[in-house]
Design a protein around this ligand. Structure first.
Ligand SMILES: NC(=O)c1ccc[n+]([C@@H]2O[C@H](COP(=O)([O-])OP(=O)(O)OC[C@H]3O[C@@H](n4cnc5c(N)ncnc54)[C@H](OP(=O)(O)O)[C@@H]3O)[C@@H](O)[C@H]2O)c1
Length: 294
């Protein structure tokens, strides 16, 4: 089994790649970063993918700065939609199974179903990043028969204080005893390591060939950024500490792009298909914070 991963040095990719690299199940695991090829360059994408001929390609390369995407929509569409089109076309040429990582930001948070969004809930992205993800999903669905679209959300674990909320909280509290966190945006935080382990498991399962279409995978439960910041501090410093987490509303934040107020992902479909359910976000966050203490 030959596996290729794009965006392998990103937040999720860097957590996930070692899990695959050390596994003899794969005859070859090829990790690609932006230094190897730019997904916007169709010729380079096709040349690289066709040379490697992976059985499975996990496409994680993306521009994930939601506000940056809103400020530069053309660039965002080039990377997050055109880039996916290029990857999809390459997969079609050599009949590779494409695993595309999509996002909860394809939903608008208005009138969500009880228990969170389902795979077939109506999408209505509020920002350019979400639109590019949804267009990409539709393109893949039209072009390929062998694909897996995994929608996940609010990844933590890995990264740095610039792109990881948890590290941003802990880093800020080194300089101030206060941290302002958004209280009116609710989602499904997801531990990148646990998501990576879950992908490892399903790729090796006997039912993997028949697993196709869109699935939501996220830690269970739901919370706001404020709840997540509170738990981060509690797990790091114990229940009694000197830090103050102050709730703020989205419309008084520095967000440039609109975000859904509620984008919790219902993960039942994935559970019924695979028997796998990720743990609660609190348990996973605790495990991640413990790993930071070592
Ligand atoms: N982070 C989240 O909360 C979240 C939630 C839902 C879904 N996702 C999806 O999960 C996937 C992984 O996200 P992540 O958080 O790991 O993002 P990340 O840390 O930013 O990693 C993405 C990687 O893609 C690379 N990249 C950017 N533009 C590229 C281009 N034109 N050609 C080739 N590579 C390019 C980036 O390189 P540079 O860093 O050098 O630009 C980076 O290494 C993405 O598809 C993202 O949309 C993420």
């Amino acid at each position: 089994m030959r596996l290729m991963i794009t965006g392998a040095d990103g937040l999720f990719g860097s957590q996930m790649a070692p899990l695959f690299m050390n596994d003899s199940f794969y005859s070859e695991v090829v990790l690609k970063s932006v230094n190897d090829f730019d997904i916007r360059q169709k010729k380079d994408v096709i040349k690289n993918v066709c040379e490697i001929k992976p059985d499975i390609l996990i496409h994680m390369a993306a521009w994930v700065d939601v506000d940056g995407c809103e400020k530069k929509p053309q660039e965002a569409m080039e990377i997050n939609y055109r880039g996916v089109m290029n990857i999809t076309e390459a997969c079609r040429m050599i009949d590779s199974k494409l695993i595309f990582i999509s996002s909860d930001y394809i939903f608008d948070g208005i009138d969500p179903p009880l228990g969170g969004y389902l795979e077939n809930s109506e999408s209505n992205p509020l920002n350019v990043y979400g639109k590019a993800k949804r267009f990409s999903e539709q393109y893949i669905q039209n072009m390929l028969h062998n694909y897996l679209i995994i929608r996940t959300a609010w990844l933590f674990g890995g990264g740095n204080a610039q792109n990881s909320f948890i590290l941003k909280v802990l880093d800020s509290l080194k300089y101030s005893n206060k941290f302002y966190a958004i209280v009116d945006q609710v989602g499904s935080p997801t531990y990148s390591v646990e998501l990576g382990e879950c992908l490892c498991k399903i790729l090796k399962s006997k039912d993997f060939d028949s697993l196709k279409g869109i699935y939501h995978i996220a830690n269970t439960g739901e919370c706001s950024w404020y709840d997540q910041a509170l738990k981060t501090v509690e797990f790091m410093y114990g229940r009694t500490h000197q830090y103050k987490i102050i709730p703020v509303l989205m419309n008084s934040s520095s967000y440039y792009a609109r975000r859904p107020k509620y984008s919790v992902l219902n993960t039942d479909k994935f559970y019924y298909a695979t028997g796998i359910r990720l743990s609660s976000w609190e348990n996973s966050l605790k495990q991640y914070i413990e790993s930071l203490k070592i």
